[in-house]
Write a protein that binds this ligand. Structure first.
Ligand code: ATP
Length: 234
């Protein structure tokens, strides 16, 4: 479904990603793990059209989207749930959800989806008229995920969804991502929590200093001595 070929990302003299190739098949949950600064966020941002692509090609459903705009990419069915959640703090919960659907024109279906979101996330319904900035970190993460779902994506890019959340909320967020995938949405998950990311994925890639160092099934990477030593605490 998503193919990345020889992709590099540079910011001036800084080479953040150095010629990586990876693939996410339809229905898969693929994890991209690696330390701080490995280039994971740059990769997701480039896929969404908001970070530079210096070399390489990005193919979504057989179509070259390397030069596509963020809007075109979202319209093609790829949504991004960004690092740090990035909800619109001054807008209400409901307005944030509406923005998730801003490229859709099927108004009746949007209303149905909104109802479904409120049913799925009762806390968001309860807080629907509150500014999103007043929500807790976990609630904001739910909102960011619900906002991404409002675009009716076929694939979602999750960037560090567990970052800065309390352990009990982290479990809820990972359960939700697993559920989303079961519903048939393809997932590319960036996580520093390597154990959780490897446990829940079909396949994974390890990125180190902008280069792919390992790839395989979650189980294979969990058994790999290099991964165990550096990312799973031995
Ligand atoms: P993190 O988990 O901290 O987000 P990451 O694996 O997602 O790390 P990136 O954020 O992609 O890594 O960063 C990769 C490299 O690119 C780092 O050296 C970083 O300092 C650099 N970098 C990222 N964004 C920019 C930018 N806008 N301008 C200049 N350098 C950048």
């Amino acid at each position: 479904m998503l193919v990345i070929e020889d992709f590099s990302c540079r910011y001036g003299k800084v080479a953040a990603v150095k010629g990586i190739s990876l693939e996410v098949k339809k229905g898969e949950l693929v994890s991209l793990i690696g330390a701080n600064g490995a280039g994971k966020t740059s990769t997701l941002r480039a896929l969404s059209g908001i970070a530079p692509i210096s070399t390489g090609r990005i193919i979504l459903d057989g179509v070259d989207i390397t030069r596509a705009t963020p809007r075109q990419i979202l319209m093609k069915g790829m949504a991004h749930c960004p690092e740090g959640r990035r909800v619109f703090a001054h807008l209400t919960v409901k307005e944030n959800l509406e923005l998730g659907a801003h490229l859709r024109r099927d108004n009746a279906a949007i209303l149905d989806d909104m109802k479904r979101m409120f049913h799925r996330f009762p806390i968001l319904q309860e807080r629907r008229h509150q500014p999103a900035g007043t929500l807790s970190g976990g609630e904001q993460q739910m909102l960011a995920i619900a906002r991404a779902l409002m675009s009716r994506p076929r694939i979602i890019l999750f960037d560090e969804p567990s970052l800065g959340l309390a352990p009990t909320i982290i479990d809820t967020v990972f359960d939700l991502i697993a559920e989303i995938r079961k519903e048939g949405i393809t997932v590319l998950l960036v996580e520093q929590n390597a154990f959780a990311a490897l446990e829940m994925c079909d396949r994974a890639y390890l990125l180190e200093a902008g280069e792919l160092k390992r790839q395989g099934t979650g189980r294979e990477l969990m058994a790999d001595p290099v991964v165990r030593e550096a990312y799973l605490g031995g």
